[in-house]
Write a protein that binds this ligand. Structure first.
Ligand code: ADP
Ligand code: MG
Length: 833
């Protein structure tokens, strides 16, 4: 730890410290988390460039790198040891490191890093988020800080947006690190533990944030120190930082193990629900994000199931299942929210448009959708561990990142992670033209206009990339284009294996590529493909034309799509087509308002009205602001459980790999029941007795923690009922979760002693392979897709913020609770009139 503190000083103090004071003052005055003054970085860049290593032979570069490595590993912070001790003061080490990477890049990749890349690299080395426009070469910029931090040998994780990019970047940038004597690995999704361990043992490891997080959860239930794959965390550099640190941040990652769970016949429920009719049996809220049983619907189900009142306490789980089934039937649409592939439900991520491996809906909803599609149920188990991505990132003492769209997320990045954002201008100014939106009153008019526009541009030979909102929309549009005689490629979650090939051709003359958000991040579309002459032709035609068929809730997603065009000073243009019937407006109840406000009537031609676009932009900003608020309250809820997780994990680590003898560990059997331990030692040998104690303790801790997580889930309803009684749900939640947590340690210690006694009562042979010393026989990991329930909307419509936030955190059962409230409030309303 001390060591890490020192390295921190190295990067922060020496390079940036003198300037942080003025910045802090500035921030204080303006509340601005964004830095645009690059003077300080400019100075360091000049220093780096003044070390021109072009004349040095390869061997000499390696020697210098080795010297830096040796120094960083022996004297992590020369500053504190006095400059006399060290060949390089730390500031110098940073400059030296950057100069070496610069030269290595020239030699190995034949890429001469731009100043913009050096500046971005410096910003990251000083613990910031670097905003560098799309196509400017962030992959290479990351190598500078990664190399610098990896000198210490403590491990740097470069966390990429998806597995494809982890592999691509590790292979692409790997030669630079290797040239300079560092090791590089890629922790691929689904790799064997042994390969993972090898990858994480490297100086620099490329992986997705998710996979690194799942590996942490797997480590969290390891029974042997040798099974751990991670080393202690040191530094993470997050690519596409706004997406991963903000959009994905609240997604809980879960590890589950086999365990029994009461279930009912989900198939039969699904059948009953399939025939339920909107308006009679159930209804949805205006935003179409919640579904409610009507009294009649409830009565029908009660009759069919013969279960008595669904709203009886004893039927609580059943009611939950009913609503999950309703939700699956009424609100989730195949080929929009999910696809079915190889007899499995694969959820399509709203932000990225791709299938995210391993993503599940919470609790019963997953099962309900499987039942709806008539698929075999995947087993659902006990949750053994869970962490949100946001908390996962907190494990790293050093965090930095890069993205093309940091500015709109800067405030959040600052608030949640304390990360400032540095805006780095592009190497060559962008000449991309973002055309004003084309706005239509209804969907059909928009669709016709899009088809005509694509056909028009295509006939001139200019490549077109179309970003759509869903798999279904992309397929529909492709069919329309086919009918219009325009050949096109489709890139969506269903054919993501063809991704590289489709992207490679997307910039070809005459190319029409219809994509979901998939093509939105990280993809590098080369004009004219690899052929120079074709490139010139496409440039002459105006470069890539990007059409967006929808505005996304998040402005950043729209920016990312636009950013596929006009990379590195290339020409290009973008345009969004919008209809006032688009989901985003419907969902937030804006459609009618916009019509009224602007006195619009349905028409087939575009609406020429600047005020409409302004209103739409405004709405988008409001929506994003509200999402921010939701994330902030969620954060408060998850904070306590995360703290508890860390306490348990620290305890567990101490048991798993004891620093000293087991007998001296506080709370051990040797301490609590010395006679028992002595008896066991006499019987099995001291080492075996220690091992027995260790195994039993780990199994008991995991058991208790899993129960605690289940308790947390189950407590949500009662907690939120309190909010009706005027107490603050957050405060109540924290109080009871703390009380419950405090029971864990005594419970585990007692259980271990009891198990020890039981064991002593049996025969003399100890077999650690027996079930009682093992965790669950099989485990799996997944992400909880918890946005399904529209809690944010509850909040927007002015209901209790605590309720909405807690609901999002705990999804399932609270959902039922929200339904109950809805029922109550309806009853009340009815009673009132
Ligand atoms: P970003 O992640 O910023 O969108 P990438 O890292 O995918 O950009 O790189 C985009 C393109 O820029 C790649 O084709 C890469 O080869 C090229 N590139 C990166 N750095 C340089 C450089 N210094 N000189 C020339 N081309 C570069
Ligand atoms: Mg990139």
């Amino acid at each position: 730890m001390q060591h890490q503190e020192k390295v921190k000083t190295l990067a922060f103090k020496k390079v940036v410290q003198p300037f942080t004071k003025t910045r802090a003052l500035f921030d204080k005055a303006t509340g601005n988390p964004v830095e645009t003054n690059l003077d300080i970085y400019g100075g360091v860049v000049s220093a780096v460039k003044s070390r021109d290593y072009r004349g040095l032979p390869d061997g000499e570069l390696k020697t210098r790198s080795e010297a830096l490595i040796a120094e960083a590993r022996s004297v992590p912070d020369v500053g504190e040891h006095g400059a006399a001790n060290a060949p390089f003061p730390p500031h110098d080490r940073l400059i030296g490191a950057f100069a070496l990477v610069r030269e290595a890049s020239r030699r190995v990749l034949r890429l001469d890093p731009f100043d913009a890349q050096l500046i971005a690299g410096l910003a990251m080395a000083s613990g910031k988020i670097a905003e560098l426009p799309t196509g400017e070469g962030k992959t290479l910029a990351a190598v500078f800080p990664a190399y610098f931090y990896a000198l210490s040998g403590m491990g740097v994780h470069v966390l990429t947006f998806n597995d494809y990019l982890a592999r691509r970047d590790a292979a692409w940038m790997g030669p630079i690190y290797e040239f300079l004597g560092l090791t590089v690995g890629c922790a691929r999704e689904g790799a064997q533990a042994e390969d993972k361990r090898r990858a994480y043992a490297c100086d620099v490891t490329y992986a997705t944030a998710r996979e690194a997080g799942f590996d942490l959860l797997r480590d969290g239930i390891a029974l042997l120190a040798g099974d751990l794959v991670h080393r202690p965390f040191h530094m993470a550099l997050v690519d596409e930082a706004d997406s991963i640190l903000i959009d994905e941040a609240r997604v809980p990652m879960v590890i589950a193990g086999v365990g029994e769970r009461a279930t009912w016949d989900a198939g039969r429920l699904a059948e009953l629900i399939k025939v339920s009719t909107w308006g009679r049996d159930h209804e949805t809220d205006a935003e179409h994000r919640n579904v409610f049983l009507t009294d009649e619907g409830a009565a029908r189900l009660e009759a069919a199931l013969g279960c008595g009142s669904l709203y009886d306490a004893k039927n609580q789980r059943l009611l939950e299942a009913v609503h999950c089934a309703l939700h699956a039937e009424a609100l989730l649409t195949r080929d929009v929210d999910y696809i079915v592939r190889d007899s499995q439900i694969e959820i399509v991520d709203e932000f990225t448009g791709r299938v995210v491996d391993n993503r599940h809906w919470p609790d019963g909803l997953q099962a309900a959708v499987e039942a709806k599609e008539g698929l075999a149920r995947k087993s659902e188990g006990r949750i053994l561990g869970s962490i949100t991505l946001q908390h996962f990132f907190r494990q790293y003492p050093y965090l930095c990142g890069m993205t093309a769209t940091a500015r709109p997320a800067a405030r959040e990045l600052k608030e949640f992670y304390g990360l400032s954002t540095v805006i780095v201008p592009p190497n060559r100014p962008s000449v991309r033209v973002d055309e004003p939106d084309r706005i239509y009153t209804h969907r059909e008019a928009k669709r016709t206009a899009i088809v005509a526009e694509i056909a028009r541009v295509h006939s001139g030979g200019r490549p077109v990339l179309v970003g759509t909102a869903s798999v279904r929309e992309s397929e529909k549009l492709a069919a329309d284009m086919g009918a219009a005689g325009v050949p096109c490629e489709v890139l969506n979650a269903k054919n993501d294996d063809l991704e590289a090939k489709i992207i490679a051709g997307a910039g070809n003359p005459g190319g029409v590529t219809i994509s979901t958000n998939m093509a939105g991040r990280g993809t590098d579309i080369k004009l004219g493909g690899e052929d120079e002459r074709e490139r010139d032709r496409v440039v002459a035609l105006g470069g890539l034309y990007v059409i967006g068929t929808n505005r996304h809730e998040s402005l950043r997603i729209d920016h990312q799509l636009r950013g596929r065009s006009g990379r590195q000073g290339d020409p290009g243009s973008t345009r969004f087509f919008i209809s006032l019937e688009d989901d985003i407006f419907g969902r937030y109840g804006l459609t009618g308002r916009l019509f009224k406000r602007h006195r619009l009537s349905r028409r087939s031609e575009a609406v020429e009205n600047g005020l409409v676009s302004r209103d739409i932009g405004h709405a988008q900003r409001v929506i994003e602001g509200q999402n921010f608020d939701i994330r902030r309250s969620l954060w408060k809820y998850s904070e306590l459980v995360e703290m508890q997780r860390r306490i348990i994990q620290d305890w567990r680590r101490g048991v798993l790999a004891p620093a000293t003898g087991i007998e001296t560990r506080p709370g051990s059997v040797a301490e609590k029941a010395p006679a028992l331990f002595t008896a066991a030692a006499a019987r099995f040998g001291k080492r075996e007795a220690g091992e027995l104690e260790r195994r039993l303790t780990l199994v008991q801790i995991d058991d208790a923690w899993s129960d605690h997580l289940a308790w947390v889930q189950d407590t949500r309803e009662s907690i939120h009922l309190l909010s009706l009684g005027g107490k603050t749900p957050l405060g109540e939640f924290q109080r009871s979760a703390t009380a419950e947590f405090l029971k864990i340690r005594p419970r585990v210690e007692e259980a271990v002693i009891a198990a020890f006694e039981t064991r002593l009562g049996k025969d003399d042979s100890l077999d650690f392979d027996a079930d009682e010393y093992k965790g669950p026989s099989s485990t799996w990991t997944y992400l909880v897709n918890e946005d399904q329930f529209g809690w944010g909307i509850e909040m927007l419509s002015g209901k209790n913020i605590g309720l909405a936030a807690g609901a999002a955190l705990f999804a399932g059962p609270l959902y039922v609770f929200a339904l109950l409230i809805n029922k109550l409030s309806k009853k009340k309303a009815r009673g009132a009139d």
